[in-house]
Design a protein around this ligand. Structure first.
Ligand code: SF4
Length: 199
């Protein structure tokens, strides 16, 4: 199992298999990893274990909390690792489904201030109904409005916010782009053969 893995100039940190969604396009639904990496974790690593595997962060353009599940389920570990990374000249990004405030039942975004340079939030749908159909969130219809609130909170403290959508027959690229424009944040379309696990 690979706790850290390199794709291009980025190093990805794989903290958990767990997620509160079950997206139609999720890589976890059809394979054990990405590229030649096996991302299925038998055991979740501690923050210290992850740090010990990074070696020199400045060997990479960016370090990405991503992995095989939703990284912000492990908020404490994300904070500990991102705090350690502050001593290095490297961009720190999180790829997330944007539901951390529902998961933890409080606004976690302020805890990421000063630690995270970029947050990439998977939007994928134009409204709560479509989101529920595509992503099967545990939080049901509450998930989508919580993601919109999360985007707003991220804009306050994280330098760069990106909304992403998978190019899948069930996603609404045009409408999602409009949402990103309304939030005045970047927008990115990802190919269906990938998922936000491997962005
Ligand atoms: S694609 Fe991301 S949000 Fe969706 S189930 Fe997989 S890990 Fe969770």
């Amino acid at each position: 199992m690979d706790v850290v893995y390199r794709l291009g100039d980025s190093l990805y940190l794989n903290l958990t298999n767990r997620c509160i969604n079950q997206c139609e396009f999720c890589v976890r639904e059809y394979k054990d990893g990405v590229a030649d990496y096996n991302l299925y974790l038998d055991e979740e690593p501690t923050a210290k274990e992850v740090i010990s595997k990074i070696e020199n962060p400045e060997d990479y353009e960016e370090i990405v909390f991503c992995g095989y599940g939703e990284p912000l389920i492990r908020l404490e570990e994300v904070i500990e690792i991102a705090s350690w990374l502050q001593d290095f000249d490297v961009t720190v990004r999180i790829n997330t489904n944007g539901q951390a405030n529902l998961i933890h039942q409080y606004n976690v975004v302020s805890e990421l201030e000063g630690l995270i340079d970029v947050i990439s939030i998977s939007l994928n749908a134009k409204n709560a109904k479509k989101y529920k159909q595509l992503c099967n969130p545990q939080f049901g219809f509450d998930a989508f409005p919580a993601i919109l609130e999360f985007i707003e909170e991220c804009k306050k403290v994280i330098p760069k916010v990106v909304l992403s959508v998978v190019n899948h027959p069930m996603t609404s690229i045009y409408e999602c782009r409009k949402i990103a424009e309304n939030f005045e944040v970047e927008f990115k379309v990802r190919e269906y053969s990938h998922s936000d696990n491997e962005e």
